[in-house]
Every structure is written in C-alpha cells, then in structure tokens.
Design a protein around this ligand. Structure first.
Ligand code: ZN
Length: 484
C-alpha cells in the first residue's frame, strides 16, 4: 500500500462506527480513504484494501456505487426537498466539478441550492446519467462537509418514464416540461381557435365555462382577472392539454412515490409568452385538481437567452412579473425563472417583487466560468475549443435558440493570450461557447479518444482553486443582484 495517496480535503473528514473517512486529491483523481475496518461502511465500500502500520485502510473511487453507500450512511449527503428555503437556486453543473465552489458560496447565504440539475438534453449532450450527476453532487457535499441540505432536479422532463427514472435514483425536484402540450397560437386565426376549442370534449368545455365565465376573479393583492368567452377559448386552446398532462403526471407518478417532491410545471420553452390570465387559467385548474406545486416557470415577455443578460422591455417585464407573482403567492407556490444565468438587469426586479420567494435556475454560466479557467491556465486549449466551436456552430444551434453574430467576435489571431479572458465578457463569444459545450465534450479523434474532454477535466482538476474562486465571484454576483 502506498502511503502517499494525496492531499486530504480538510472538510471531508467524517466518522462512522469507528471508521474515519476523508477525500484526498491524488495526482490524477480524487479518492475516498477509509481507515478502520470494523464498520459496516468499510465492508460496503468498494476499493483497494491495504494495511498501514497494522491498521486496515481502503482506498476507493468516487464511483456511483460508492456514492450510494455514502448516502446510506450519511443522511446529510442525500438530496432533500427545499421547501424550507425562501430562495432557492438551481446550479446546473454540466461537468460535475462545480459543486464545491457552489457550496463554498451558498453556505454564507440563506438560500437552498439545487446542486444536481440536468435536463435530458444536457445529459445527452454531456454523456452523463441522472445518477451520475447526483453522485457528483454527493461527493462534493461530502468533500465540503456541507450539512445545509441540497436538492436534485430532473430538469425539463417530458414523459412519465423520464420522471420515473429521476425519482427512482433519488431526485427530489421534478421540472415537468409541458412545451409539447402547448399550442402556439401566434399563427392561428380566430376561426382556428374556435375550431380547436370545439375539439375539446364537451365535459371539459362545460366545466371551463362554468368555472371561468361566472364572474371576475379578485386576488387578495387586489389583482382582478376577468375571462371573456374569447379569452377563455384562447387560453384553453393554448394550455388545456398541458394542464391535463400535468395533472396526470402528478397523480400517476409524483404522488405515488411517497416522498416530498418539489414539483415544478414549466411552460417556458415555447414561443407563446405566458400572460397573467394564461398563468391563472393553468394554476387554478392545477390547484383544484389537487396538484401540489412547488413552482411554475412561465414564459416571460422578452428573451431569456442562454448566458447573456435579458433582452426586452424592462418596464413591461416588471409589470407582468408583478402580476405573475401575485398569482403565485395567491396559490402559495414560487415563480421559477429559467435561463437565469447572467440576467443581471432583471434580478433586482425579481428580488423586489418576489421578496426573495423565488427559484432561479442557472446552468450554462457555470460552464462559462470553467472556460474562464481554461483561458487563464491553458490558452492554447481555449484557442482550439474556440476554433472548433466556430466550425460546429450550426449543429449546436439545433439545440439552443440564440441570436449570436459571429461577425462581432474578435478574430483570435489578433488577440494575445492575456487578452483572451475578455471574450467571456463578450455576449457573442459567450453564446458561441455556451451552446457548443456538448459537441466540445463529445468530440473524438480518429483513434476514438476524446479530443478535448480529458484535457478540459485535467485543466479544471489542476486549477480547482481558481474555478472555485471564479464561481464564488460570479454566482455571488447573481445572489447579490437578487438582493440576498
Ligand atoms: Zn426552461
């Protein structure tokens, strides 16, 4: 047994039934060390056994199987519902190495972190699994000795099977993506709307007309909402299938799992902005059907593009957000703001209107901070990534809606290494790198070896402290802008 297995992470020291456990940073990867063989946990963890001065130790990989053993013996490493927190933040970690920095930041704030948060799209693009993503978060929690509680969000799930998959491996938040059940009416005439409305079954139509057309709705905040026969038909055409789908998933999959699940309905990924009347139409029905909602993600006016600030009319946004918030507090759930990365101009409005009772999701911005580390530590690698991203941009645009103009990105041949960092403050360059992450991570050379992936992970491993500092600063700016 080699004694020199690496440098311990001081906060990772844990004790269980007489065994001592801690993480070490080896030359190439982190390991879990268990000292003292008498315990059940020593037996259950898979690893290399050896003795040092007569004491048995085991050196284990940070594998998914071992993370299950850790979760079994240390309940604070299991994800939980975050309902006790007023403010919660989704911290999607595409590479699985950002959580230590996130934990280091949020432990100083009264905010509930969702450390594991990936959509099926992101899992496909990064070649990861729900349980693998959770496992990475569990190891980070163990490493940092964090006991504040964290969530795990199966993000943008579209089918009952996807929801079951995430619940089966222990996820505590489910974001149901209803986009495929929403009718985008921007191209429909009034006659089309009437025709599609009549395709709903009679019972549904009668129920809706009884419920929504018998008078004005007045909320405690003073907000008044009134449906006309036309606006009812329009909202039914847009949202009724999404409502039915959500009720069905809740009663068939979420409720039977018998755990407290933070259940979110998302209607954000569509071209039809959610106006307050549409929001109320959806929410009232979900509530009356017994759906226990944690949050709703409307499609706000303007554009929430990935990795850059809000595009749109701030005063219209403010007005509509206020009404959305009044509806959310009327029913007792939170608004959820997706693509919350870098939306610095709208955070103060959100903080003020929601009084901090809000869920904000970020993801891509954590990858961009990783890229900032690469630029500083290995500018040659960044130059390769940048050239590759430009070449493959059209493929990436199939997955993400962005308005970037590559003509505005400076030519790298004219930039010195020390000036490359500025690219991560440039909207077009940010979006270029933001949306090509999947292609970058999956690209292989002729021999079948990853072209960039291993070098990216290596660079971040060797510059762990720098990545932690960048994340603390950047996500910290998000929290401050929200007024926390
Ligand atoms: Zn979304």
């Amino acid at each position: 047994m080699i004694l020199n297995i690496g440098c311990p992470y001081p906060n990772s020291l844990h004790e269980k039934d007489g065994s001592i456990l801690f993480l070490v940073k080896g030359a190439r990867e982190k390991k879990l060390v268990v000292v003292g063989e008498g315990s059940e946990i020593f037996q259950e963890l898979e690893g290399r056994r050896g003795s040092v001065d007569g004491v048995w130790i085991k050196v284990c990989d940070l594998s998914v199987a071992n993370s299950r053993v850790i979760r079994k013996h240390f309940p604070h490493t299991c994800p939980v519902s975050l309902r006790k927190f007023k403010t919660t933040i989704g911290l999607g970690d595409r590479l699985g190495v950002a959580s230590p920095g996130h934990i280091d930041l949020i432990k100083n704030y009264d905010v509930g972190p969702v450390l594991a948060q990936q959509s099926v799209r992101e899992l496909t693009l990064t070649g990861r699994t729900f349980e693998g993503v959770l496992s990475d978060a569990v190891w980070a929690v163990f490493q940092e000795g964090y006991r504040g509680g964290f969530g795990a969000d199966g993000d943008h799930l579209k089918t009952a099977d996807e929801v079951k998959l995430a619940l089966d491996v222990g996820y505590t938040m489910i974001t149901l993506d209803c986009s495929e059940h929403i009718n985008n009416v921007t191209t429909l005439s009034k006659d089309d709307v009437d025709r599609i409305y009549m395709e709903l079954d009679k019972e549904t139509r009668e129920r809706l007309e009884m419920r929504f057309l018998s008078g004005e709705f007045k909320l405690e905040s003073g907000l008044r909402l009134m449906f006309s026969p036309e606006s009812l038909r329009l909202n039914a055409v847009i949202y009724q299938k999404a409502v039915d789908f959500t009720v069905d998933i809740f009663h068939k999959v979420i409720k039977p799992c018998q755990r407290e699940i933070d259940f979110e309905m998302s209607i954000d990924e569509t071209v039809t902005p959610t106006d307050p009347l549409g929001h109320f139409f959806v929410a009232l029905q979900l509530m009356e059907a017994g759906v226990d909602l944690y949050s709703v993600a409307p499609r706000f006016c303007g554009e929430f593009q990935k990795g850059i600030d809000y595009i749109g009319d701030l005063s219209q946004f403010h007005r509509e957000l206020k009404a959305h918030q009044e509806i959310a507090s009327h029913f007792g759930y939170k608004l959820s703001v997706h693509s919350g990365s870098d939306k610095f101009s709208v955070f103060p409005i959100m903080g003020e209107e929601t009084k901090g009772r809000v869920h904000v999701k970020t993801a891509g911005t954590n990858w961009l901070e990783a890229v900032r580390v690469i630029i500083q530590a290995d500018p040659g690698l960044y130059r390769e990534l940048h050239a590759f991203a430009l070449e493959h941009l059209d493929e990436a645009k199939r997955y993400y809606h962005v308005t970037l103009d590559t003509g505005r990105i400076p030519d790298l041949r004219g930039l010195k290494d020390e000036d490359l960092g500025g690219l991560m403050d440039h909207s077009d360059a940010r979006q270029l790198i933001h949306i090509t992450y999947g292609l970058i991570l999956q690209e292989k050379d002729e021999s079948g070896a990853y072209r960039f992936r291993d070098r990216i992970y290596r660079c971040l491993y060797e510059n762990e402290g720098l990545y932690r500092e960048f994340l603390k600063r950047h996500i910290g700016n998000h929290l401050k802008a929200l007024g926390l």
